[in-house]
Design a protein around this ligand. Structure first.
Ligand SMILES: *[C@@H]1O[C@H](CO)[C@@H](O)[C@H](O)[C@H]1NC(C)=O
Ligand SMILES: *[C@@H]1O[C@H](CO)[C@@H](O)[C@H](O)[C@H]1NC(C)=O
Ligand SMILES: *[C@@H]1O[C@H](CO)[C@@H](O)[C@H](O)[C@H]1NC(C)=O
Ligand SMILES: *[C@@H]1O[C@H](CO)[C@@H](O)[C@H](O)[C@H]1NC(C)=O
Ligand SMILES: *[C@@H]1O[C@H](CO)[C@@H](O)[C@H](O)[C@H]1NC(C)=O
Ligand SMILES: *[C@@H]1O[C@H](CO)[C@@H](O)[C@H](O)[C@H]1NC(C)=O
Ligand SMILES: *[C@@H]1O[C@H](CO)[C@@H](O)[C@H](O)[C@H]1NC(C)=O
Ligand SMILES: *[C@@H]1O[C@H](CO)[C@@H](O)[C@H](O)[C@H]1NC(C)=O
Ligand SMILES: *[C@@H]1O[C@H](CO)[C@@H](O)[C@H](O)[C@H]1NC(C)=O
Length: 672
């Protein structure tokens, strides 16, 4: 804070209004940078997994329960007087899915009461996660039935407001009294629904059910998914994430990994294989989770978007403060080794690698980073943090390094949480900040030699608001985004040691208040999917990666910047952000040593709304971020001259430079 106010005084007092910030970038002397600078964290927080990124449309599809939640019929309503009830049958669908739904042909549907001898369709409907998007596109469904039945099933998508049917299909029954039988179907509506207040329904002929009832479980319906993956992701949300060019993915979240207690953490083994073998998980955000978005699904996400993974492993601390004592911790260390083997082990020579191959992915996934736990300085209080440093982190670090020397093992806390992470480990620093506190991040890592990830980062409070009870803003807003830009520039200047930064959380359901400032907002209706102001920042910065920083000398404030080059592309780069300028515009004069005059570059400048608290509102759909791209050419002295308004962000990237290009041509020549 002191640093900032002194610097602000200096700016006001000393700098003539029009003088440019002179930036002279040296040709040598920088550092190679981590290629994973910009990423995100995902966990199933308040239906950002189930009902969010995970494309399943049916809510409570398998009546799952846990130590915290009982099975319920939430989401389900009877059709034509059917009686729905939960049953724990002697022969459940699977060990994991013990409870199923019995659908009894009700009184209304008896043919006598109906006054006709003809048959009557009975069944049930599900209204999804705050509705369902229904479009003319192929939906893929399945359900399991037990009970003797002659006839067919009808699966339909219809309006929950008018009853209009947008599409339906008949599925021939192949049921049995003693066995669970899976039925699969495709359903393509013939009409787009005008809104998302729709339901999925499944009906059958009451007269055909021999015992007057049938049992159902695991009733599932997927729209087309991202990259066409089975059990996959919602296309618009995955594409919105992919659209900001992330390179790093931290999974499986923070608190969710820890779980509510030492018997209820995110056990990756429960998330593998056929859906009928996944028991579900109590989560930590107040609702039963399905385990549908499991470890494999996350790995496919990483593969499909070409993301480096930071794999979180459970380390014996849970949110209620449960701590596994030293003499009982080894099984958890072994479990983490199994998990690493599952992700990256050989398909024929390792047990867990073989399991992965059986699940359809013989090639090992790339795995370079494993994080031990989440925020160990928080949930367990002093004792949690002390035991982490004393034995929990050291035990994991040693075991993982011994078996996988190439893996960087990351501590869930940073040097700023009071842990000089032992070599060769790395740290993790989380910042949910105010614009000011994010500006303070700019030089935070300048003198830190231990590598770190910034595992969670976002502007969430206005200046003056700190702590979860004070001043959380509901959406990313422009001056918060500028604060993030300054912090990102600070991290990238130190990107020889900052492995990468992850925005968190990444997607947010508008139907379930979730903590403020999430990068992408969504509802059942894809028209509500909204890219926040911060998305535009991350897209710009992540879309212009450096491979090396290059030193430049100047003061920072109000213009904060990083300079460097991308050797793969043969380009030179400048990234800058202006925060709290005392003038409307900050002129910039930028020279890259050794770059010939007349070099062309593309300059992109983002500016925001007049109100620094302006945000992208999903309910108006107005984008307050203005993007201007222009071609600029360096003058006879090699100078790029341009100016940046207050509260703006810019990237300048040169066209592939001659020398860089030659180098690449030569390299290619050598290869031929
Ligand atoms: C390169 O990295 C070293 C060590 O991390 C650091 O001291 C130095 O300042 C960095 N150079 C630049 C130009 O950032
Ligand atoms: C779950 O069911 C048990 C037994 O019926 C009941 O005692 C308990 O209160 C229920 N828990 C919840 C969270 O509803
Ligand atoms: C009685 O059955 C007929 C024929 O299936 C159906 O059209 C009608 O809606 C039913 N009436 C009631 C009250 O359910
Ligand atoms: C569907 O309609 C029922 C009955 O009107 C209502 O309770 C439910 O909230 C509706 N579901 C959605 C997603 O609108
Ligand atoms: C339709 O669903 C949306 C979102 O769930 C809800 O806000 C809206 O009120 C519903 N419309 C009607 C007419 O019920
Ligand atoms: C799990 O613990 C968190 C924090 O202790 C609490 O807020 C949450 O309500 C708990 N979840 C459930 C499902 O009890
Ligand atoms: C920026 O300006 C605002 C408004 O005057 C002030 O509250 C804030 O502390 C300033 N922040 C920095 C980092 O200079
Ligand atoms: C880093 O170290 C240098 C040299 O000792 C010092 O001038 C600078 O203030 C330090 N930066 C921070 C953020 O502590
Ligand atoms: C999650 O949603 C519940 C219910 O809407 C809400 O009470 C809670 O504050 C939310 N939690 C977070 C972290 O947003």
């Amino acid at each position: 804070m002191v640093r900032v106010s002194l610097a602000a005084l200096a700016t006001a007092a000393a700098v003539p209004l029009v003088s440019a910030v002179d930036i002279a970038v040296k040709a040598t002397g920088g550092n190679a940078t981590s290629p994973h600078q910009y990423g995100f964290l995902h966990e199933d927080i308040n239906n950002s997994g189930d009902g969010g990124l995970y494309a399943e449309l049916i809510r409570n599809r398998a009546f799952q329960s846990s130590s915290i939640f009982n099975s319920t019929l939430d989401g389900w309503t009877p059709i034509n007087g059917a009686a729905l009830s939960l049953k724990d049958l002697d022969e459940p669908l699977s060990k994991a899915l013990k409870t199923s739904m019995n659908v009894a042909v009700g009184s209304l549907s008896s043919s006598k009461r109906n006054g006709s001898s003809s048959s009557q369709a009975v069944g049930f409907a599900n209204d999804g996660y705050w509705g369902m998007d229904v479009k003319i596109q192929p939906y893929t469904g399945s359900f399991w039935v037990k009970g003797e039945y002659e006839g067919s099933f009808t699966a339909s998508l219809r309006s929950n407001l008018t009853g209009e049917v947008f599409g339906s299909t008949e599925i021939e029954a192949k049921t049995s009294a003693d066995e669970w039988v899976e039925h699969e179907f495709k359903l393509t509506p013939t009409k787009d629904a005008p809104n998302s207040n729709n339901t999925f329904s499944l009906t059958f002929d009451a007269a055909g059910a021999k015992d007057g009832s049938l049992d159902f479980n695991l009733i599932s319906l997927f729209p087309p998914t991202y990259k066409g993956r089975k059990n996959g992701l919602r296309i618009d949300l995955a594409e919105a994430i992919e659209g900001f060019h992330p390179t790093l993915l931290r999974i499986p979240g923070g608190n969710m990994l820890e779980g509510n207690n030492s018997n209820a953490w995110w056990d990756w083994k429960n998330t593998l294989g056929p859906l009928k073998d996944r028991p579900g998980f109590s989560g930590v955000w107040g609702y039963q989770q399905s385990n549908g978005l499991g470890l494999m699904e996350y790995l496919y996400l990483a593969e499909d978007m070409d993301l480096e993974i930071v794999l979180g492993v459970y380390n014996g601390l849970s949110l209620n403060g449960d701590i596994i004592p030293k003499d009982k911790l080894q099984p958890f260390v072994d479990d983490a080794l199994d998990q690493i083997e599952f992700v990256s082990g050989d398909a024929s020579t390792t047990k867990w690698g073989r399991r992965r191959a059986e699940l359809g992915h013989p090639a090992p996934f790339k795995l370079q980073y494993v994080e031990v736990g989440n925020e160990d300085w928080l949930a367990g209080g002093d004792e949690g943090w002390a035991t982490f440093k004393e034995y929990r982190f050291p035990m994991f670090l040693e075991a993982i390094n011994k078996k996988y020397p190439h893996i960087t093992v990351i501590s869930s806390g940073s040097v700023f949480d009071g842990y000089e992470v032992p070599a060769p480990g790395a740290g993790d620093y989380h910042i949910y900040g105010t614009p000011d506190s994010l500006v303070d991040q700019f030089d935070l890592f300048d003198n830190v030699t231990i590598p770190h990830i910034i595992g969670e980062a976002a502007a969430v409070h206005p200046n003056g608001g700190l702590g979860w009870d004070a001043g959380l803003l509901e959406y990313p807003w422009w001056s918060g985004t500028i604060g993030e830009a300054v912090s990102m520039i600070g991290y990238e200047r130190n990107a020889d040691r900052i492995i990468g930064a992850a925005y968190a959380p990444i997607v947010r359901s508008l139907d379930r208040w979730q903590w403020a400032a999430v990068m992408i907002q969504f509802a059942a209706d894809p028209a509500k999917t909204t890219l926040s102001t911060s998305w535009y920042l991350w897209e710009l910065f992540a879309g212009h990666l450096m491979t090396h920083t290059l030193p430049a000398s100047s003061d920072f404030n109000p213009l904060y910047y990083v300079t460097g080059k991308n050797e793969d592309k043969g380009t030179y780069l400048f990234k800058g952000a202006v925060f709290n300028a005392t003038t409307d515009e900050v002129p910039v004069s930028l020279i890259f040593e050794g770059l010939r005059p007349g070099t062309e570059a593309e300059l992109t400048i983002l500016t925001g709304p007049e109100d620094p608290y302006g945000f992208n509102d999903p309910f108006t759909g107005v984008n307050v971020v203005k993007t201007v791209k222009e071609k600029v050419v360096s003058d006879e002295e090699g100078r790029f001259a341009f100016s940046m308004p207050d509260l703006s962000i810019a990237v300048l990237e040169t066209k592939s430079a001659k020398c860089g290009k030659k180098k690449r041509d030569m390299k290619q020549g050598l290869r031929h």
